[in-house]
Design a protein around this ligand. Structure first.
Ligand code: ADP
Ligand code: MG
Length: 696
């Protein structure tokens, strides 16, 4: 059966078209206003919307509804209620009120709150975000909502994102007005997140408790063939994977997700899906849905989708590229070099704001991508380094240099152009010079923040991006609104700020040691691990920034800081316990039975007078490795006990990073070596080779 994509697309979404069709004109108008102007929804309007939504959902086969929200766990949460309401005579009717649409009260006491919700106040509430359409998933009407405590503190990932978009909107509108765009009512940020993932056969997955409990393998030798030949990247997609991708696209399209590009990634079994960009808020919701569906659709195909940043040591890990730009409601991309000098002056000003923001708040950007999983990638030679820098490409860097030096810009065709606010060159979109090693790269009409981990919500990174750029735009607007000579003031500002912040611009190889040294000379931060990075989020500078723009209160920051530290050490604790259990039980047993076989062989060879030196050497090495394993296990167990004496979350996170993580790495060394010599019929777990090439 062929699919009719245009008919299919958004079939399960209560989108604008459906609203227009199903709502009385007046209701539709007030709802639109609410959406466009971010106003509160009146209850009588909500009642009408809820009724129409319910009828539509029931026609689609839905029986339940849920407020769909994004608590601090990083995954989405839902609590399903059915539409039924008992009637006299044992009958039921299907109802859904405006109140149920607008507000929900999940018993939220088990979600992480970092101490924000006192025990006497165990309930938070969810509130509909009408800017994100309701949709049907698993016969359930899902209503995208924000999740707050009763005193209004954000307990989720959506609320601060919406607040940060408002902060940027407010300041960016001031700037575009200065350039004469009086018709602009709103400025939004847009995001297209490219999502990497692994697909393995579920039979292999089920045999690896480490994958089941932690999402990554805790030991295993690199397969003889990994990504060395680069033959997987953009390679022919296997039939089974292709069927999966088709199925996934179909499911995503029904939900209105603009899934666009799919291809194989560099590592064996690694793939990527990229959507067409949308408003940051929608892109974030849709990325959550994408990750969820990637997993559920894989199950249908007998496969398991791994979203962990580093499922296999020594094999390329997975990230997410956050393509980000700023756009007006009139459709102007503010990070697109324009055709006229005036448009270019505006572009240069926004570019300067981003450069300045990234330089001044590089630590916060680093924090925004920090997690136990992503620590395996950042700074390892496969993903952008832990040092944040900006890549501009040759042409734009040339322009920035001539602005800083006050010289004329000579373009590649050797044409001389003078740089002033109103006499900027026609800037071409530079799409050729792509530097894959840069964490934050300008790619023609947007910035690509490439340090994000594959498993995390993109909310955190975008909250920070939006807020830091809002901060710089505010300062720029304050200065320029007061200027008597706008062009002169603009020229001075751009020159001054680019001079002050050009240290963050780096076009070279971010993976090289020379860059680490050079960055240190430039005074750029190099926050190597999550534990190094997180305290920057709780710094005075950070609190001042977020409070000023009403994105986070100090309490919200402190609670999030605590939740992230706690999450970090809990992840490592689970990994440690899993490795401990797998080693103690099955791996030790395999090592023992391997040694017994060798011992028998050595003895029987001796009996018949045949040289047994090879087997004896093998036995000796196996015996050494087993001893090393036993020692490693003992140390790990002792340190797991030691951790229990700590109570401060930072101390716990630091201890897990410095000690437990090191213990695990030490323990896996003898295990990996043993895996290489113990015959497959004795080794209890599938190897990397077997797992990575399991999907035929
Ligand atoms: P690639 O980086 O692979 O060459 P593209 O540059 O076409 O691919 O786009 C990568 C991603 O960037 C896509 O998800 C695309 O929708 C997104 N993107 C394109 N324009 C914008 C924009 N103005 N704002 C945000 N994302 C964008
Ligand atoms: Mg890209």
């Amino acid at each position: 059966m062929t699919m009719n994509v245009s008919e299919l697309f958004g079939a399960k979404v209560f989108n604008d078209e459906t609203m227009k069709e199903r709502l009385p004109k007046n209701t539709y108008k007030s709802l639109k206003k609410t959406i466009e102007e971010g106003r509160a929804l009146e209850i009588d309007v909500a009642n009408v919307v809820a009724h129409a939504m319910k009828d539509w959902a029931i026609e689609q086969g839905a029986t339940h509804f849920t407020h769909w929200f994004q608590p601090m766990t990083g995954v989405t949460a839902e609590k399903h209620d059915s539409f039924i309401q008992p009637e006299e005579g044992g009958r039921v009717i299907m109802t859904f009120s405006g109140k149920e649409l607008v507000k929900g009260e999940p018993d939220a006491s088990s979600f992480p709150s970092g101490g924000l919700r006192a025990t006497f106040e165990a309930r938070g509430y969810t509130a509909w975000d009408p800017t994100s359409y309701a949709f049907i998933k698993d016969d359930t009407l899902c209503i995208p909502t924000a999740f707050c405590s009763y005193s209004g503190e954000a307990l989720d990932k959506k609320t601060p994102l919406l607040r940060s978009m408002q902060a940027l909107d407010k300041q960016a509108v001031r700037i575009v007005k200065l350039f004469g765009h009086d018709d602009v009512k709103r400025v939004i940020t847009t995001v297209g997140p490219e999502q990497e993932y692994f697909l393995i056969d579920s039979e292999m997955y089920d045999k690896r408790p480490d994958l089941i409990y932690t999402g990554r393998t805790l030991f295993g030798q690199k397969p003889p063939k990994g990504q060395e030949l680069d033959d997987h990247y953009f390679g022919t997609i296997k039939q089974r994977v292709s069927e999966y991708m088709k199925d996934l696209d179909e499911e995503l399209w029904k939900l209105g997700v603009l899934a666009k590009t799919k291809h194989n990634e560099v590592a064996p079994a690694q793939h990527e899906l990229a959507p067409i960009f949308s408003t940051t808020n929608i892109a974030t919701d849709h990325n959550q849905l994408t990750m969820e569906l990637m997993k559920t659709v894989a199950k249908r195909h007998g496969m398991t989708c791994l979203l962990h940043e580093k499922p296999f040591a020594g094999v390329n890990g997975s990230g997410k590229h956050n393509n980000w730009s700023i756009s007006t409601d009139t459709g102007i991309n503010l990070l697109e070099p324009g055709a006229t000098p005036s448009q270019n002056a505006q572009f240069i000003l926004f570019l300067t704001a981003v450069i300045k923001a990234v330089d001044e708040y590089q630590e916060l950007l680093r924090v925004s991508v920090a997690s136990a999983g992503n620590d395996h990638r950042l700074g390892a030679n496969e993903a952008p380094p832990a040092i944040i820098s900006v890549f501009l490409g040759d042409e734009l860097e040339g322009i920035v240099e001539s602005i800083v030096d006050g010289t004329d810009y000579v373009d590649k065709k050797k044409k001389l152009m003078s740089i002033g606010a109103t006499v900027l060159p026609g800037i071409r979109q530079d799409t050729t010079d792509r530097n894959r090693t840069s964490p934050f790269a300008f790619t023609g009409n947007k910035f690509e923040f490439r340090s994000l981990g594959s498993a995390a919500s993109i909310s955190g990174a975008n909250v920070i991006l939006n807020t830091i750029v809002a901060e710089e735009l505010e300062k720029f607007a304050d200065e320029l609104e007061k200027a008597s000579d706008f062009d002169q003031a603009l020229t001075d500002l751009v020159k001054r700020e680019l001079t002050a912040h050009k240290r963050i611009i780096f076009n070279g190889n971010g993976y090289a040691q020379e860059w680490v040294d050079e960055a240190a000379k430039r005074g750029l931060a190099n926050l190597k691990s999550t534990v190094d990075a997180l305290p920057e989020f709780a710094s005075d500078k950070s609190v001042a920034l977020f409070e000023k723009h009403k994105v986070f209160t100090k309490e919200e920051i402190m609670s999030r800081y605590d939740i992230q530290l706690e999450n970090y050490y809990k992840v490592l604790d689970i990994e440690a316990l899993t490795l401990d259990a797998m080693t103690k039980k099955d791996i030790m047993a395999a090592a023992t039975s391997y040694q017994r076989k060798l011992t028998d062989l050595v003895l029987s060879k001796k009996d018949v007078g045949v040289d047994a030196s090879t087997e004896k050497a093998q036995l000796e090495r196996a015996s050494e490795l087993t001893a090393a394993m036993a020692k490693g296990l003992e140390k790990l167990e002792a340190d797991i006990e030691k951790a229990k004496e700590l109570s401060d979350t930072y101390d716990l996170a630091k201890f897990h990073h410095d000690v437990i993580f090191a213990d695990m790495n030490e323990l896996r060394e003898p295990i990996d070596e043993l895996e290489g010599v113990i015959p497959s019929e004795i080794w209890p777990y599938p190897t990397y080779g077997e797992i990575l090439y399991s999907v035929k």
